[in-house]
Design a protein around this ligand. Structure first.
Ligand code: SAH
Ligand code: SF4
Length: 365
């Protein structure tokens, strides 16, 4: 499933760098970089210099670290590495400025990452896995199956790749709504978030970081105990177990009642609202009864609801509802729920919308 997991995995909490293989500096915390430089017999301040090169400047090679002595650069090149991506394709939406990047890692694994623009707010939609194991029936990523997890270093590099390519525009927000299920790759996703959030890292405020999950219950309970004030979004998509299990196989493993219990615990523990995401599929989950059951469910949780129309994908046999049906659904919800937002699909002309990301054979959709 995952390349070089043994050598490259670190325990986020213990903070000890791996013993074998070349350490990927893009996936280390400042403390771990300090431990690494001290294991090379170098003074502590070298760690600050290296962190600045790897995270703030986002360099792609050791030769660029011009304030380090040449002997140290050569030593680093031998003992360490820096995750890299190549931009294979870059597409800009003529409709709304959404930009989609097809990125390739060293082992030729490919993922898609998206830049969303809204006024002066720029958001990176980030992938955590190559593919996804859950195979939701409406989602293009699901058709790929799971190829492998991304490492923390690779996730950080993905954010840096977007930053490099859109500079001087600032990427101030990130949402883990790209390919994959972030809570199935918990440790590496959280470590990437710690690095993205840190003052010595990418300096993205925790409140500007959103994790989206299809409902991995143990992951939600674990997330409730984290120190960071992240945003959590739940891809609900059906307010009843039977329908949910039909369109989202994950509901077979983590049934709706267990998911709602976990979310109630999460919101209580964090004292924060969550976001419920609901993709409208024509004649499947767009009836007034569904709206009413969704409102019942939302009554139980401090939440806002984002409703989005189905984006067409090549393999799924669904259609988006008509505008009239969408408006009827929203009106019913709004009568009962305080915060309901109709999300407009972005980048639909370049297949960069939710659920359209798929990098199989480098082909979208
Ligand atoms: N696996 C996580 C993270 C990926 S986010 C999750 O599912 O939450 C992908 C988002 O796009 C999810 O909210 C999903 O419900 C939505 N989505 C998937 N396919 C879609 C489609 N064809 N049209 C619109 N949204 C879709
Ligand atoms: Fe995976 Fe999320 Fe797509 Fe479902 S919606 S297949 S969980 S990426």
């Amino acid at each position: 499933m995952s390349e070089k997991k043994g050598a490259d995995r670190r325990d986020r909490k213990s903070g000890s760098p791996p013993r074998r293989g070349r350490i990927d500096l893009r996936g280390l915390t400042l403390t771990e970089i300090e431990q690494f430089v001290s294991s090379l017999g170098e003074p502590r301040y070298r760690a600050d210099q290296i962190a600045a090169w790897v995270f703030t400047r986002g360099v792609r090679g050791f030769e660029e670290m011009t304030d380090l002595p040449r002997a140290l650069r050569e030593r680093l090149a031998r003992d360490a590495k820096i995750a890299r991506t190549e931009v294979i394709e870059r597409e800009l939406s003529a409709i709304d400025g959404t930009e989609k990047f097809l990125l390739e890692y060293n082992d030729t694994a490919r993922i898609e990452a998206v830049v969303l623009r809204d006024g002066d707010r720029t958001t990176g939609c980030i992938s955590t896995q190559v593919g996804c194991r859950w195979g939701c029936s409406f989602c293009a990523t699901g058709t790929m199956g799971l190829k492998r997890n991304l490492t923390a270093a690779e996730i950080v590099e993905q954010i840096l790749a977007l930053r490099r390519n859109i500079a001087p525009e600032r990427l101030g927000n990130i949402v883990f709504m790209g390919m994959g299920e972030p809570l199935d790759n918990y440790d590496d996703t959280m470590k990437a978030i710690v690095i993205a959030n840190a003052p010595w890292g990418l300096e993205i405020g925790a409140r500007r970081i959103t994790i989206s999950t299809a409902g991995v219950v143990p992951g939600i309970l674990r997330l409730a105990e984290e120190d960071l004030q992240l945003n959590l979004a739940i891809s609900l998509n059906a307010p009843v177990q039977r329908l949910r299990a039909e369109i989202m196989p994950i509901a077979g493993k983590y049934p709706l009642n267990e998911l709602i219990d976990a979310l109630a615990k999460y919101t209580k523990r964090r004292g924060r609202r969550i976001t419920i995401e609901y993709v409208l599929l024509q004649d499947i989950n767009d009836s007034p009864e569904m709206a009413s059951m969704l409102a019942d469910l939302a009554d139980k949780l401090p939440c806002s609801i984002n409703v989005i129309c189905y984006n067409e994908t090549k393999k799924a046999a669904y259609a988006p509802p008509t505008d009239k049906t969408v408006e009827r659904f929203l009106a019913l919800l709004r009568a009962r729920c305080p915060t309901v937002v109709r999300r407009i699909s972005r980048g639909s002309d370049i297949a960069a919308g939710c659920g359209q990301l798929c990098a199989d054979d480098g082909q979208s959709r």
